[in-house]
Design a protein around this ligand. Structure first.
Ligand SMILES: C[S@@+](CC[C@H](N)C(=O)[O-])C[C@H]1O[C@@H](n2cnc3c(N)ncnc32)[C@H](O)[C@@H]1O
Length: 236
């Protein structure tokens, strides 16, 4: 991965809670954050004494390299948000600059935690569709703003292989959003659901309280087996 290919943009624990309908019981689980990038989710969870491992290919780079990349992409991203402001819900932010300040604060929180978290294995440079963990290493895997969102840049095969791999290493997988970058529904959602059903998984499309892309208020929740047999979350 080249750092110039990465558009680092990070969200907070509060946003993860809303995007994934995370309950207090969920937060006690062994959680894998997949493609967490510069989100402050892991840093905030660690400060609360909770267990999250984040993987992202960007974690091969240093704090200073990621900080410089955040600064390089910031103005172009905010300009794009301003240009397409009607595609977004502004209930939580006054405007694009307000959104930008919130994202920068989250990313700075990540950057301050990054070296310490890397040293203890909380940030690991791995990438879908292949993960270096044994089966069921986690209770819950969360994927925010990676799968489906970049459907125009990643193949259906990548999506199928990634979700199968996530379901191998975690008992439950939640993916948000189900829209592409342009705000339209990803055509990969249905084939991914059909593939999972054919493998005996339980799949639900579920409404969530988070909505920034207009209409982007649903997540995909997947359990590795029939719901009656499910022994992962809750009670992990
Ligand atoms: C838009 S950011 C989302 C960051 C974070 N999840 C959030 O919602 O705030 C997408 C992240 O996916 C990461 N990524 C790209 N390809 C990946 C792959 N194959 N496996 C895991 N992460 C990947 C990028 O490096 C980037 O940090």
């Amino acid at each position: 991965m080249q750092l110039d290919d990465v558009v680092p943009w990070g969200r907070t624990l509060g946003e993860y809670r809303q995007m994934f309908n995370l309950s207090e019981a969920d937060l006690q689980c062994r959680i894998l954050g997949c493609g967490d990038g510069p989100a402050s989710f892991n840093a905030e969870m660690a400060a609360l004494g909770r267990s999250v491992v984040s993987i992202d290919p960007v974690y091969q780079f240093s704090t200073e390299q990621i900080r410089q990349r955040v600064q390089a992409v910031y103005n172009p991203i905010i300009a794009q948000v301003k240009q397409n402001a009607d595609r977004y819900c502004w209930k939580n932010y006054v405007d694009a600059d307000d959104l930008g300040r919130s994202r920068l604060a989250a990313m700075e929180r990540f950057l301050l935690d990054y070296e310490a978290g890397k040293a203890t294995g909380r940030y690991q440079p791995q990438a879908l569709p292949q993960l270096d963990w044994g089966d069921r290493s986690f209770d819950l895997a969360l994927v925010s703003h990676l799968l489906f969102l970049y459907a125009d840049h990643r193949s259906l095969e990548f999506h199928l292989a990634s979700v199968r791999e996530l379901l191998r290493v975690a008992a439950e997988v939640r993916i948000f959003p189900l829209l592409k970058l342009d705000g339209t529904p990803s055509s990969y959602v249905e084939p991914v659901i059909q593939d999972l059903l054919s493998r005996g998984a339980t799949v639900q499309v579920e409404p969530v309280p988070y909505e920034f892309q207009r209409g982007g208020n649903q997540m995909l929740r997947v359990y590795s087996g029939p719901i009656a047999d499910f022994s992962g979350v809750p009670g992990c």
